[in-house]
Design a protein around this ligand. Structure first.
Ligand SMILES: NC(=O)c1ccc[n+]([C@@H]2O[C@H](COP(=O)([O-])OP(=O)(O)OC[C@H]3O[C@@H](n4cnc5c(N)ncnc54)[C@H](OP(=O)(O)O)[C@@H]3O)[C@@H](O)[C@H]2O)c1
Length: 259
């Protein structure tokens, strides 16, 4: 299937590693120029090299997504480098684990800034350029925790619901100029998944912990970054021109809700 991304531009936030990196490389493989941001400049430069190896332009910018000025500059640099913006992928690192009794107001505020306000700022800064595209898309990379709380991830469970409310509202407010969708990411193996496994079982081997946890996934395995990225790139592409307002689980059936 031709996705229609060739010659277009995407911006992927938090893309020096993990899912964001996979999505950025997925756009590049479709002939789409890619702007990326994250905090670690060295890791970003390495992703930029991989993007360019696909024959497209990469615009890496060191930016913490909680820093609105840095986000503005990162998006501006991408638009200036390529002359356009067609797709925004809203992503950030996950908030730290914790149960209610362990989490104070400062951590609540940090998670609010990281998970919700970063999304608000990314959308606000990208919108003027997106409105000039004839096939604009915003994709929120969310979590299956929106449908089913994950034990020990209080902050993620609580704040991601607000992000999904934002996404659905924007799908109404920005139509027909911009399509807006979310992915409810299930269990994808990344550094974060491995770090959470170590946090929950400090003395156990990570592979053993993840193999045990995979038994709760109907497909009996963690997904790969590439499996998630393929869906993200499709939803962000003109090929998905009649898909807006959805929150699509990419979770191998792990969410135990009927819809
Ligand atoms: N993996 C899963 O199974 C899963 C499931 C559900 C939801 N999620 C969510 O999906 C998102 C990505 O997860 P992942 O597994 O890809 O995590 P990851 O492997 O830890 O990668 C996180 C990425 O975000 C960047 N980042 C972190 N904090 C940032 C900040 N303040 N500003 C800019 N960039 C930042 C990191 O780069 P720098 O360190 O260079 O900034 C890195 O590139 C997270 O929100 C996670 O909670 C993941």
């Amino acid at each position: 299937m031709e996705l229609g991304l060739r010659g277009r531009t995407a911006f992927v936030a938090a893309a020096s590693n993990g899912i964001g990196k996979g999505v950025a490389l997925g756009f590049a493989a479709e002939g789409c120029d890619v702007g990326i941001c994250a905090r670690n400049g060295e890791a970003l430069d390495s992703v930029a090299l991989q993007i360019r190896a696909a024959g497209v332009r990469a615009t890496p910018a060191v930016a913490d997504v909680t820093d609105v000025d840095a986000v503005r500059v990162a998006i501006q640099e991408t638009v200036e480098a390529t002359g356009r913006l067609d797709a925004l992928v809203v992503n950030a690192g996950g908030p730290p684990p914790g149960h209610f009794a362990d989490v104070g107001d400062e951590q609540w505020e940090q998670a609010f800034q990281l998970t919700l306000m970063s999304a608000v700022h990314l959308v606000r800064e990208a919108l003027p350029a997106l409105r000039r595209s004839d096939a604009a898309s915003i994709l929120f990379l969310a979590s299956w925790s929106v449908k089913q709380p994950i034990d020990g991830l209080l902050l993620s469970n609580s704040i991601r619901g607000a992000v999904n409310g934002l996404a659905k509202t924007l799908a109404n407010e920005l139509a027909p100029a911009v399509r807006v969708n979310s992915i409810l990411t299930g269990r994808i193996r990344t550094e974060r998944t491995e770090a959470l496994a170590s946090h929950n079982h400090p003395t156990a081997d990570v592979d053993t912990v993840l193999a045990q946890e995979a038994k709760a996934i109907p497909m009996q395995r963690f997904g790969t970054v590439e499996e998630l990225a393929r869906v993200a790139v499709f939803l962000s592409s003109p090929a998905a021109s009649y898909v807006s307002g959805v929150a699509l689980p990419v979770d191998a059936g792990v969410i135990q809700a009927v819809m």
